[in-house]
Design a protein around this ligand. Structure first.
Ligand code: 1GP
Length: 255
């Protein structure tokens, strides 16, 4: 069954439309900062909020989702690192299979634990092939998952991994340098993955300048994810929103 969130992403991909996702880490964001961000979103459109972190050290996630849902129509997608991080108040869940790694717990184990809870929930499920990429230093995600990330300069490995993920039925691919990556996933790797899979491609990690966002989108990302830089400087949202819109405007003019 295709969910409406998945359908919308696929339609946007088909029409070459780009999207902006903002990663919200419940450990870092308090209500006042969240309110400020939601106000900025009124001037600078955001397509998705991703909610999660490799470590969730406090129990603020539920309150934060409630806060956002009461004030904003932007869909909230859970971006969980563990089956404990489910919350029915969100709109959907990126059900991540960590296909860059060889740790069965994050390929199927956590999913088995989550399955009955997901079945009872109203969350839209987005099966996602999640690929961690080595971007200069060990990230929390790679440490916590006990997996080796894809080598940064081996686009062919990423392409074959994504291909396998699509053949297994995964509906989205996510190339992630990990939060706070020293440099983003390379355009060469994004292009290599883009060439071999049809499904929407999400790319994030270390995108902290306009140039990096442009290069990521130009290489073939359908969705860019920004976390740290917006956390540090919420106004960066304006710049990112404009970059994404500029790609979509060119598209509209040419259509
Ligand atoms: C990490 O892709 C996200 O999972 C976002 O990374 O925090 O570096 O923007 P940043």
């Amino acid at each position: 069954r295709l969910t409406s969130l998945h359908e919308a992403l696929t339609k946007r991909r088909k029409h070459g439309q780009k999207s902006l996702a903002v990663l919200l880490d419940p450990d870092q964001l308090d209500e006042a900062s969240c309110q400020h961000l939601l106000e900025l979103c009124e001037s600078y459109p955001v397509d998705y909020f991703f909610m999660g972190g490799s470590l969730v050290m406090n129990s603020r996630q539920a309150a934060l989702i409630r806060f956002i849902k009461s004030r904003s129509a932007v869909p909230v997608l859970l971006f969980p690192s563990h089956s404990l991080h489910l919350d029915d108040q969100a709109d959907g869940i990126l059900l991540l299979s960590l296909i860059s790694g060889r740790n069965p717990d994050f390929l199927i184990g956590q999913h088995v634990l989550a399955a009955p809870l997901l079945r009872q929930s109203n969350l839209q499920i987005l099966p996602t092939g999640y690929m961690l990429v080595d971007t200069g230093r060990q990230t929390t995600a790679s440490y916590m998952s006990g997996t080796t990330p894809l080598p940064h300069d081996k686009p062919a490995i990423a392409a074959c991994t994504a291909m396998a993920g699509e053949q297994l039925g995964l509906r989205l691919m996510y190339l992630d340098g990990g939060s706070g990556a020293m440099y983003p996933v390379s355009p060469a790797m994004i292009r290599a993955v883009r060439q071999v899979v049809e499904v929407p491609l999400i790319v994030g990690g270390g995108i902290n300048t306009v140039e990096k966002a442009q290069a990521t989108l130009a290489a073939g990302a359908d969705v860019i994810v920004i976390g740290n830089q917006i956390e540090k400087t919420p106004e960066f949202l304006g710049e990112m929103s404009k970059v994404v819109q500029s790609f979509n405007t060119v598209l509209n003019v040419n259509q």
